[in-house]
Ligand binder design. Structure first.
Ligand code: AMP
Length: 481
């Protein structure tokens, strides 16, 4: 079979270039199936686990189909959690970087007014959680008239979290001649129902998950008494010596307890759960992504949308009570073709839940004993070496893409009657600068931000200190990140 390539599809050069800069060399299975159909604007339901590249599977056609000249939102993407909304917005921004696609994320616990302002400006793609999106619709701050693409991401999770009515209410507000794409790791009955109710002859795509998951992820089940769990966890850390690992607990209290005990023993660790404020959740996630610490203790909810490359281990400290969540949790490892290990602790009276999970995933999880004294002694030196090693800080995929991009701040905007074309007109006249070097332009009432691409930022900054825009000399400097 010939190697697949993103140039096989009808994609513009701007998009293909961004994918190259992101290091996406070849489409993944789900992208290969979805992109050509989505480009024809047909309805789709896609069963595919997270980590399969599904965000780009809808992100690429959306960025391709968006008309840059249209100022109002053309795509709406619903996600179950704030982290995922933010991640998807970031992915869309990266894919659409050279086409200058503007994406806005809407979710709760963030100032409504700030989001309203963002929606008021040019905005092509809106990504949000159902509650806040509905809030904007009801207050008239989100204009859906031009939305021709709708994505329901992680539909199963959305329904599990009780968002069904809100999702339905939002869909009812979007024009009927839209394209709808639904993504879900699992397709329980209520998700199927949602598809039938709101989609027109959708094409069903299924990317084989359990088998693939089985190949990429090594599963293990260890029977352990509740009181022994923490000791077994420490032993497993020694024998497995994970590079990085998520430890899932059932409740926020349990996360707090496990984290506190690990922290006291000076393990490089942190925690994330829905009871923490959003900014702290982002800080923790970003530090984990960069590899600043190895052990993340988490609840299910907070772990949705976590896209961290190279997670080597997932430990289910508490057995997930819902069979679907086993698939979601283990989906945090073995991502994008990498291998991973999923170790599950089960107390003797929870065995019947294991049977349900096994029936669901279609295979038996291999039983293992807790690590023996000998195994621990043998692994200890390597474990201690890694514990003492300085963490290697990883770079984000988008770093490469962002290299050569400088965001400039100008102290003038709408109130001075400045529009995007005024910036393009002025900047493109600078010797050595073309319209291709100008990225996303954001114009607010009193200030504007312009991304300058291809390493031309310092040149533009120098020239603009003495050049007027629409006859006005504006203050300009590099924007704070
Ligand atoms: P997702 O399933 O959308 O959460 O994506 C999982 C991971 O795969 C993300 O880190 C993406 O950046 C990465 N990814 C997506 N598409 C590709 C591709 N074609 N080649 C390499 N990595 C990819």
């Amino acid at each position: 079979m010939a190697l697949r390539s993103f140039t096989d599809y009808r994609l513009s050069e701007d998009i293909v270039r961004a994918l190259q800069s992101l290091g996406y060399e070849q489409p993944t299975d789900v992208q290969h199936e979805v992109i050509p159909i989505a480009l024809q604007e047909k309805d789709l339901t896609v069963k595919s686990r997270t980590g399969s590249g599904k965000t780009a599977a809808f992100g690429i056609p959306i960025c391709e189909l968006v008309e840059w000249e249209e100022n109002r939102p053309q795509a709406l993407i619903l996600t179950p959690t704030r982290e995922l909304a933010d991640q998807v917005k970031q992915d869309i921004t990266n894919i659409g970087r050279f086409k200058r696609i503007k994406a806005v994320a809407l979710y709760g616990k963030q100032p409504f007014a700030k989001q309203k302002l963002e929606l008021h400006q040019k905005c092509h793609v809106v990504v949000g959680t159902p509650g806040r999106v509905l809030d904007h619709i009801q207050k008239g701050t989100l204009d859906l008239e031009k939305v021709k693409m709708l994505v329901i991401d992680e539909a199963d999770e959305m329904l599990r979290m009780g968002f069904i009515e809100q999702v339905g209410a939002i869909i009812d507000e979007v024009r009927e001649d839209r394209m709808t794409m639904l993504f879900s790791a699992t397709l329980p009955q209520d998700v199927e129902q949602l598809c039938h109710q709101y989609m027109q002859n959708p094409i069903d795509i299924e990317i084989q998950t359990p088998e693939a998951a089985k190949v990429q992820i090594e599963h293990a089940l260890i029977t352990v008494k509740e009181t022994e769990k923490f000791n077994v966890l420490k032993d497993v850390f020694v024998t497995e010596n994970p590079d990085n690992c998520i430890i899932f607990c059932r409740t926020q209290e349990h996360v707090d307890d496990v984290f506190q005990e690990l922290d006291q023993l000076e393990y490089p660790c942190d925690k994330i759960h829905g009871g923490m404020v959003q900014d702290d959740r982002f800080l923790v996630m970003n530090a984990f992504k960069r590899g600043e610490f190895r052990f993340l203790v988490a609840t299910d909810v907070a772990a949705r949308g976590i896209d961290v490359e190279d997670i080597t281990h997932v430990i289910n400290y508490d057995l997930p009570l819902e069979k679907e969540s086993y698939v979601h949790r283990i989906g945090r490892t073995g991502r994008a073709g990498k291998t991973g290990k999923a170790i599950t602790f089960v107390t003797p009276n929870e065995m019947r839940h294991v049977a349900e999970i096994e029936e669901y995933i279609g295979f038996e999880i291999p039983r293992h004993d807790a690590p023996t004294e000998e195994a621990i002694a043998e692994s200890l030196p390597a474990f201690e070496r890694k514990m003492q090693a300085t963490p290697v800080i990883k770079r984000d995929r988008s770093d490469q893409l962002n290299k050569g991009i400088m965001k400039l701040y100008f102290n003038g905007g709408k109130k001075k009657k400045i529009r995007a074309v005024d910036f393009v007109g002025t900047l493109a006249k600078i010797e050595g600068v073309t319209a291709e070097d100008i990225g996303i332009i954001t114009i607010q009432d009193n200030v504007s931000y312009v991304d300058i691409l291809n390493g031309k930022g310092p040149l533009v900054l120098r020239i603009m200190k003495n050049t007027t825009i629409k006859g006005k000399l504006l203050k300009v400097h590099e924007a704070n990140k």
